[in-house]
Design a protein around this ligand. Structure first.
Ligand code: AAQ
Length: 372
C-alpha cells in the first residue's frame, strides 16, 4: 500500500490547498521547500528550519554522490540520520546540477558522464543509478533523471531533450520498482513550446507517477514566458497529484505559480540572498549592504511575527553585512526562509477561505508600497 498520498483540501480557481502524507510526516501545500544542497540548509540548524514552518527540505544527489558518497551516507543510516532532520526530504535526480556545475560532461542515451567539480574524478549518472542513489539516501520524494536545457532554444533541441527525458522517465519508473515508502515524480520538459509540453505531460501520465514536476523553467526565460508555460500545462496534469515547479523562485514567482496551480516550490534564493545581505519582508526586498541603513535605528519590520525582524536595528544588520560577520548570514537566512513560509502559509489560508485573488492583490500592493 502506497505510504505517500496527496489529498486535495480546497481549491480556488487554479490555486490548490493540499497535503502530502508521508511516513515521516505531512507536507502542507502550497509548500516552499528550503534547499539543503550538501546535507545542510546553509547557516541554519535543522530545528531552526522547522521553526520557520518548513515541512520538507531538499537534498541533492549530485553533491552528495560526489561527497561524501551515496553508499557512505547509506552506511551512516541515510540522509535523515546523517543530518538529523527527521521530516520529509525531497531529492533532485542530479542531472540539472551536472549540466550546471560539472566539467567535461558527455550526454548519451545511456546517461551522462562527467568529471567532479570538486576533485576531477569521473562519474556516470544514469536513470537507474540516480534512482539507486536517491534510494540509498532514503529520500521520501525522488525525481526521475531528466535533461533540462536553457531558454531560448531551437524547437528541435527542445524536442530532442524532451523525448530523451521521456525515455529516461520510463527507465526511472522501472528502476524505482514501485517502492511503497517513497514517491517518484516525473518531470515535464518541452521548453516554451505548448505542443512539446503537452506531449511530455501526456507521455509521463501514460507511464504513471506519484507527482509531476515542471522542469525546464527558471533557466533564463522572462517571468511572463514561465507564467504562460504554467498556464498552458497545469490543466493538462492530473488534479489529484502534486505539481512541483523546480527551482522557483522569488516571492512574486511563487505567488504567480500558486495562482496557476503549482503546489510545491524550491529555490536557493532566500538563503543565498540572505548571505548576500538581502532581507525579504512584507514590503519587498531590502538590500542591507546599502549605506543608507547605517544610522537607521528602526527594526526591519516591527509588525512581523518573526522576532528576528523586531530584535535588531537596520543599522546593526547593515553592520553585520558590511563586516561579513557570520551572524549576518545566520540572521538573514532565517529571516528570508521565515518570510517564504509566511507567504505560503498565507496562501494556504487564503485558498481555504476562497480569497486567493484578494490575498495576491494585498500581497503585491504591500510589495509595491514598500517602506524600504
Ligand atoms: C533555478 N532554476 C532551476 N532549477 C532547476 C532544477 C533544480 C531544482 N532545484 C534542486 C536543487 C536541489 C538541491 C540543491 C540545489 C537545487 C531542475 N531540476 C531538474 N531535475 N530538472 C529541471 O528541469 C530543473 C529546472 C530548474 N530550474
Amino acid at each position: 500500500m502506497k505510504q505517500v498520498n496527496f489529498s486535495l483540501i480546497a481549491s480556488d480557481g487554479m490555486a490548490r490547498r493540499g497535503r502530502i502524507d508521508t511516513p515521516r510526516g505531512e507536507i502542507n501545500t502550497p509548500a516552499f521547500m528550503p534547499v539543503g544542497t550538501a546535507g545542510t540548509v546553509k547557516a541554519m540548524y535543522p530545528e531552526q528550519v522547522r521553526e520557520t514552518g518548513a515541512d520538507i527540505l531538499l537534498g541533492n544527489t549530485y553533491h552528495l554522490m560526489l561527497r561524501p558518497g551515496a553508499e557512505r551516507v547509506a552506511g551512516l543510516g541515510g540522509l535523515h540520520t546523517f543530518m538529523d532532520w527527521q521530516r520529509p526530504i525531497l531529492t533532485d535526480s542530479g542531472g540539472f546540477q551536472v549540466m550546471s556545475l560539472a566539467k567535461l560532461r558527455k550526454l548519451t542515451e545511456k546517461g551522462v558522464t562527467f568529471k567532479s567539480h570538486i576533485d576531477g574524478s569521473s562519474h556516470e549518472l544514469t536513470p537507474e543509478r540516480s534512482i539507486e542513489i536517491q534510494t540509498l539516501l532514503d529520500s521520501d520524494i525522488i525525481m526521475q533523471l531528466d535533461e533540462c536545457i536553457a531558454l531560448p532554444a531551437e524547437r528541435k533541441e527542445m524536442e530532442r531533450a524532451m523525448e530523451l527525458s521521456l525515455r529516461w522517465a520510463d527507465r526511472s519508473k522501472t528502476a524505482f520498482n514501485n517502492q511503497a515508502n517513497r514517491a517518484l515524480f516525473g518531470i515535464v520538459q518541452g521548453g516554451d513550446d505548448p505542443e512539446l509540453r503537452a506531449r511530455s505531460a501526456a507521455g509521463l501520465q501514460s507511464i504513471g507517477f506519484d507527482g509531476y514536476s515542471i522542469g525546464g523553467l527558471a533557466v533564463g526565460e522572462p517571468q511572463e514566458v514561465m507564467f504562460r508555460v504554467l498556464s498552458d500545462i497545469t490543466p493538462e496534469l492530473p488534479w489529484d497529484r502534486p505539481r512541483y515547479l523546480m527551482g522557483v523562485g522569488k516571492p512574486d514567482d511563487i505567488l504567480g505559480g500558486i495562482e496557476r496551480g503549482v503546489d510545491m516550490f524550491d529555490c536557493v534564493h532566500p538563503t543565498r540572498a540572505g548571505r548576500h545581505g538581502h532581507a525579504y519582508t512584507r514590503f519587498g526586498v531590502i538590500n542591507l549592504k546599502n549605506a543608507r541603513h547605517k544610522d537607521d535605528h528602526r527594526p526591519l519590520d516591527e509588525a512581523s511575527p518573526n522576532p528576528n525582524c523586531r530584535r535588531w536595528s537596520r543599522a546593526y544588520l547593515h553592520h553585520l553585512v558590511r563586516t561579513e560577520e557570520i551572524l549576518g548570514a545566520m540572521v538573514l537566512s532565517q529571516i528570508n526562509l521565515a518570510y517564504y513560509q509566511e507567504l505560503t502559509a498565507g496562501a494556504r489560508a487564503a485558498i481555504e477561505a476562497g480569497r486567493i485573488s484578494d490575498f495576491a492583490a494585498e500581497t503585491r500592493a504591500a510589495w509595491a508600497a514598500g517602506d524600504l
